[in-house]
Design a protein around this ligand. Structure first.
Ligand SMILES: [Zn+2]
Length: 256
């Protein structure tokens, strides 16, 4: 048994373990963290407590207890800060692809670029399933705080061009289970965001709230069935603009 990501609240993780136990008595041997963000690692201790070793990108050890404070921003509370400080560090780290054998079932853990600089995805080739972590959001505006749209859009383009893409199920980091059309729509969203921020900032010379005011209505009208909050769109436009002008800060790999 291999689990992908562990939610934000340990109670949700305990419910997941309970559900797994209803389905199978097989041991929970591995937990793969797709990246360090606390809404994917917050229940790691619970899965480790159930017997799993934690697999992550090698950069996650340096970031999971430090950079999640910045990720939470003004939403941090003493309780969340204490939980972040106590998140277990991964046991097995990699900056290369891995194959994990669960009996005769092959699981492929791949390194990918785009969301944080320390991202993994998990493929189950015989089931035609890919767990994408936050490389894919389905009908939800993505968090770009640590991202690079130029890398990210290339990675999702690669998912859509996989030989089996039309038959695959993609399990996103946020939103319902997706198909290749959702992958293509997500990539289009990233590229539309990039194009609109270029238009607004370079041609119309807009900044700050005015730039958000230029971009947000156009995205909302084209992606009318998406969840795009005021907070997320304002942050997306700012991060996109920073990437375009070369001031975007991304997490820096730390020595082991
Ligand atoms: Zn994330």
């Amino acid at each position: 048994m291999l689990v992908v990501d562990s939610f934000f609240y340990p109670d949700a993780t305990r419910a997941l373990i309970g559900e797994i136990r209803r389905l199978t008595p097989k041991p929970i041997r591995y937990l793969v963290n797709t990246h360090y963000h606390i809404d994917h690692t917050g229940g790691d201790q619970v899965v480790r407590g159930a017997g799993a070793i934690i697999i992550a990108h090698r950069n996650v050890r340096g970031w999971v207890r430090v950079n999640n404070i910045a990720l939470m921003g003004d939403r941090i509370t003493p309780e969340i800060a204490a939980r972040i400080a106590a998140v277990p560090l991964p046991d097995l780290v990699t900056d290369k692809d891995l194959i994990v054998w669960l009996g005769s079932r092959k699981i492929v853990v791949r390194t990918v670029l785009g969301h944080t600089g320390g991202d993994l995805i998990v493929e189950v080739p015989d089931a035609k399933v890919m767990f994408t972590g936050d490389m894919l959001w389905r009908k939800v505006a993505p968090n770009l705080i640590d991202g690079s749209i130029s890398e990210w859009s290339k990675t999702t383009g690669g998912f859509a061009r996989l030989p089996d893409a039309a038959q695959m199920r993609f399990v996103p980091g946020h939103g319902d289970v997706a198909d290749v059309k959702d992958v293509e729509q997500f990539r289009a969203y990233l590229l539309d965001l990039q194009r609109l921020v270029v238009e607004g900032s370079r041609k119309a010379r807009l900044k700050g709230d005015a730039l958000v005011g230029y971009v947000a209505p156009k995205l909302r009208s084209k992606y009318s069935d998406w969840t795009i909050s005021e907070r997320s769109i304002a942050a997306e436009v700012r991060y996109m603009n920073e990437e375009l002008i070369g001031t975007k800060r991304r997490p820096v790999p730390q020595p082991d």
